[in-house]
Design a protein around this ligand. Structure first.
Ligand SMILES: Nc1ncnc2c1ncn2[C@@H]1O[C@H](COP(=O)(O)OP(=O)(O)O)[C@@H](O)[C@H]1O
Ligand SMILES: [Mg+2]
Length: 252
């Protein structure tokens, strides 16, 4: 059974105070800062080899540069959420956003030996919205999934699967499934609440921010446990109907 978001109709958007949004910025910057720090260490190691491996060091420094630029964009995007202006929305290719999110954290996943599978429906219509916040939603879901896989510690290798597809009506779905610990049924209704966390070093803002972003896109977010094991979090986003050229003067 799915548990989670409200539908994204006007007036039902989850209230997020300015204070929570500021904490959310700090929350979203933790992952890129950790990535920058780990890449800086790697770059120093490439340079201290004899002879120095300039090619690998350059590649790693470039990634540091991309991650810092991205962090800056994240700060601006979250700030902009306080005064969301639908007129500034773009037309977004959902699969592209998923791939960008994956790019941002795949080094982290492979470090933890978590296999990532993508099952993306190739010909999805575009959704209206903002790229960076939508990518942050997917990044948050991937990070949570990775943490849940780490918690589970079965003998077998852990995996995460990201899917995109049609979900009925004018809706596309993005689903992130994992082989992790799953979510205890009694906490399922609370995981999207600000500051709700079961992790010792958790902040509890990841899913609250995800819900806010998804609702600003007119969509909803739901969580469930998979039949096998692990959790699945699903985003439902309305897409734009393809424009059909049937205005009266063309039909005449
Ligand atoms: N994929 C998942 N598998 C199991 N539990 C999850 C998953 N995603 C989220 N949760 C639960 O939801 C809680 C809230 O998640 P989140 O808002 O991202 O905050 P945080 O990651 O800081 O704990 C987590 O502490 C965890 O209990
Ligand atoms: Mg989290």
């Amino acid at each position: 059974m799915w548990s989670g978001g409200h539908d994204g109709k006007a007036g039902t958007v989850t209230p997020m105070t300015t204070a929570i949004l500021s904490s959310a910025i700090a929350h979203e910057l933790r992952q890129p800062l950790a990535a920058i720090s780990s890449d800086a260490g790697a770059a120093l190691r490439w340079l201290s080899q004899d002879p120095p491996n300039i090619e690998e060091a350059t590649r790693t420094l470039r990634r540091i540069q991309e991650t810092s630029l991205r962090s800056d964009a994240v700060i601006s995007a979250i700030r902009a959420m306080q005064r969301h202006d639908p007129a500034l929305d773009d037309l977004l290719d959902v699969n592209w956003q998923i791939k960008e999110a994956v790019k941002a954290i795949e080094a982290n996943l492979s470090q933890h030996q978590i296999a990532l599978r993508l099952r993306l429906e190739p010909s999805l219509p575009h959704v209206r919205g903002r790229a960076i916040p939508l990518q942050q939603v997917v990044i948050n879901l991937l990070m949570n999934a990775a943490q849940a896989v780490e918690r589970r510690q079965t003998g077998g290798p852990g995996w995460i699967q990201v899917e995109s597809g049609y979900a009925g009506g004018n809706t596309v779905a993005i689903t992130v499934r994992d082989s992790g610990s799953g979510i205890a049924p009694e906490i399922l209704p609370r995981i999207f609440d600000p500051y709700f966390t079961t992790r010792a070093d958790g902040v509890g803002l990841g899913l609250a921010l995800c819900r806010l972003i998804v609702e600003q896109h007119g969509g909803k977010i739901e969580a469930a446990n998979s039949a096998g094991a692990g959790a699945e979090i699903r985003l439902l986003l309305p897409f734009l109907m393809p424009v059909t050229r049937q205005s009266s003067y063309l039909a005449a």
